[in-house]
Design a protein around this ligand. Structure first.
Ligand code: ADE
Length: 228
């Protein structure tokens, strides 16, 4: 899978060189290319933003550098999915991650300040498909951290990235339920014991207990998931 990232803070993405995604890059499973939006700003001060039409607080990212970088990326790879992180977007879920993990080419466009000039989204839609995606109902300073989170959630679903694909099956949100609790050795630690059932060796009863735990904690912590 190819992933392009556009940001005025490309250093945010240096951490993509470590851990599981770093290894996946090394193996050629993920081709991640980070672009500095400022390389496409040509004014005297290489500014990438300006005051909003209609007034209001803050600055808006100018369309020109975005148009240039979109053209550069789409030139050699037609019809990518452009993902623009935004608190005004649709909510990114595990289902979205699964959908996007099937795409051969994603482009993450990281806005800063009060956002990106709205025309950029219309233009990007002429060069690919566009999704505005929110991590949740809170506001970050820009799209970088949100893009990192989405890249990790999507990247780990790309075949080969996670060594044991079975570990993807039982985790939270895969069956619309939260994950069951996990324990490892020792069986007793500081007065806390591992639930008996897990030491029993009865695979069927363990599976049933885990499912009950999933339902119970989903009801307690995320009743909205059961309502769906
Ligand atoms: N940018 C700022 N806040 C955001 C959020 N909640 N999700 C995605 N992108 C964002």
């Amino acid at each position: 899978m190819r992933i392009d990232v556009v940001s005025i803070f490309p250093a945010f993405f240096d951490v993509l060189e470590v851990s599981l995604l770093g290894k996946a890059r090394g193996k050629g499973l993920l081709d991640i290319r980070v672009h500095d939006l400022r390389d496409h700003a040509h004014g005297k001060h290489r500014s990438v933003d300006d005051t909003p039409y209609g007034g209001g607080a803050g600055m808006v990212m100018s369309p020109e550098p975005w148009g240039e970088v979109i053209d550069a990326i789409a030139a050699d790879a037609p019809d990518p999915v452009f993902v623009f992180p935004s608190p005004a977007g649709e909510v990114f879920t595990q289902a979205t991650a699964r959908e996007l993990a099937d795409e051969p080419h994603l482009v993450f466009g990281c806005g800063r300040y009060e956002g990106i000039d709205e025309r950029v989204f219309a233009y990007a839609a002429t060069r690919g498909r566009v999704r505005l995606m929110s991590l949740g109902d809170y506001v970050l300073n820009g799209g970088e951290v949100a893009s990192m989170a989405m890249i990790e959630a999507i990247g780990r679903l790309v075949p080969g990235v996670v060594g044991n694909p079975e570990s993807l099956v039982e985790e939270s949100h895969e069956a619309g339920l939260l994950e069951y609790p996990s324990y490892t050795k020792p069986a007793s630690w500081r007065g806390y014991d591992v639930p008996e059932i897990l030491l029993s060796g009865h695979h069927g009863r363990v599976a049933q207990w885990r499912h009950e735990q999933q339902v119970a904690r989903t009801r307690e912590r995320r009743p909205d998931l059961l309502a769906d």
